[in-house]
Design a protein around this ligand. Structure first.
Ligand SMILES: NC(=O)c1ccc[n+]([C@@H]2O[C@H](COP(=O)([O-])OP(=O)(O)OC[C@H]3O[C@@H](n4cnc5c(N)ncnc54)[C@H](O)[C@@H]3O)[C@@H](O)[C@H]2O)c1
Length: 339
């Protein structure tokens, strides 16, 4: 296979990030179709990639019937991931699915079963694992340079609220899923262990209008986790975060500490007597992790061409879904939850 033909399933924020990456950076891929229930969004995205409107669809059945593609890039709202994965797999299309994998672990199982039955790849969108800083940290941890791990603290603060569909926790599992699935996955990956216990608190700090419609909605949460190997995890979740996009991790070991990420956009700092020290902050997740999105998309295409298994699996996605559900249960019951 020279070029992997892909269909972008969902022309929103994540669909555009992946579309741009495939169009500009992955020469062994070709966008041959775009599907979104909002046809205008799909058409707008298609025009960016010079894709003829006859390959744009507002029903996925039509995209699958009238277009031939090897892979689906699923970037629709979370509650649709299971359906579109199953439909893609049935047509022998490999699946890249954005996080969170699904709303329930049962749906994650269905997705894995569908892909395994049809012998197609399934890769989950935990792009942080492809970020140079996160990869370096993993190496340092494995070398035991900072000793045995004690605490992994992950700051996950998103600049803007996700789409309205995510306000209802039943459609999204809330901000802990939408914003912090990445933090949960990082803690599991860096600790090299599985979740044992979680205690979470959350509140709606600044969105009373949303709270009136969706009483379970929260925009601030703090999560404490115990891993099976005894390492502690801490997540601090803020969304919307007024000052920008803030994704940093601090790993404390018995002999040292390591820090991943920064809130600075770049290393240029100005200092004047009048204005003090100044350096612009990171404003967007798209910019912070752009290289990681390129690397994860390249990995997906390489796995298809070379017939390798993706390093981030459905099982990784399911673990993140399970811990988010347990954390939400902890919030509603006000007590720790064992997994
Ligand atoms: N990895 C990351 O960093 C990252 C970043 C952003 C979003 N995401 C994930 O991507 C997914 C989409 O998020 P988003 O922020 O792009 O959302 P979005 O609201 O910007 O876009 C969703 C798109 O899906 C379309 N849509 C809605 N319901 C649909 C349906 N039933 N069938 C087909 N299309 C439908 C909408 O019209 C919209 O164009 C979510 O699961 C989200 O968590 C991941």
């Amino acid at each position: 296979m020279d070029k992997v033909k892909i269909c972008i399933v969902g022309a929103g924020r994540a669909g555009e990030v992946h579309g741009d990456v495939y169009f500009n950076y992955i020469p062994h891929s070709e966008i041959v179709s775009i599907f979104d229930i909002d046809i205008e969004k799909a058409k707008n995205l298609a025009s960016k990639y010079m894709l003829n409107e006859k390959y744009v669809f507002d029903r996925y059945e039509d995209a699958l019937s009238y277009c031939e593609f090897d892979a689906a890039i699923i970037t629709t709202p979370t509650f649709t991931h299971c359906l579109y994965t199953e439909m893609s797999a049935k047509k022998k299309a490999h699946v890249f699915c954005e996080k969170p994998m699904a709303i329930t672990p049962e749906d994650c199982d269905k997705m894995m079963e569908a892909c395994s039955k049809e012998k197609v790849k399934l890769q989950l969108g935990f792009m942080r694992r492809f970020d140079a800083g996160f990869q370096k940290a993993k190496q340092i941890i494995e070398s035991e340079e900072i000793g045995k791990l004690v605490v992994i603290k992950s700051v996950g603060r998103g600049p803007g609220l996700p789409g309205k569909w995510a306000f209802d926790i039943k459609n999204s599992n809330g901000n802990l899923a939408e914003v912090n699935s990445h933090d949960f996955d990082s803690i599991r990956w860096l600790s090299g262990s599985e979740y044992k216990k979680v205690y979470a608190v959350a509140k709606n700090s600044k969105n009373p209008d949303i709270g009136r419609l969706y009483p379970e909605f929260y925009d601030n949460a703090v999560v404490s986790i115990t891993m099976k190997n005894g390492i502690f995890g801490l997540i601090d979740s803020v969304c919307p975060c007024e000052y920008g996009y803030d994704a940093r991790v601090e790993v404390v070991g018995t002999r040292g500490v390591l820090f991943i990420g920064s809130i600075n956009e770049h290393t240029t700092i100005t200092c004047t007597r009048e204005k003090g020290i100044n350096s612009p902050q990171i404003l967007s997740w798209k910019r912070r992790f752009y290289d990681a999105y390129i690397a994860e998309d390249r990995h997906f295409i390489d796995c298809i061409i070379n017939e390798n298994e993706p390093i981030i699996t459905g099982n990784d996605g399911k673990h993140a879904v399970n811990i988010v559900i347990a954390a939400n249960k902890s919030i509603s019951l006000g007590r720790p939850i064992e997994l």
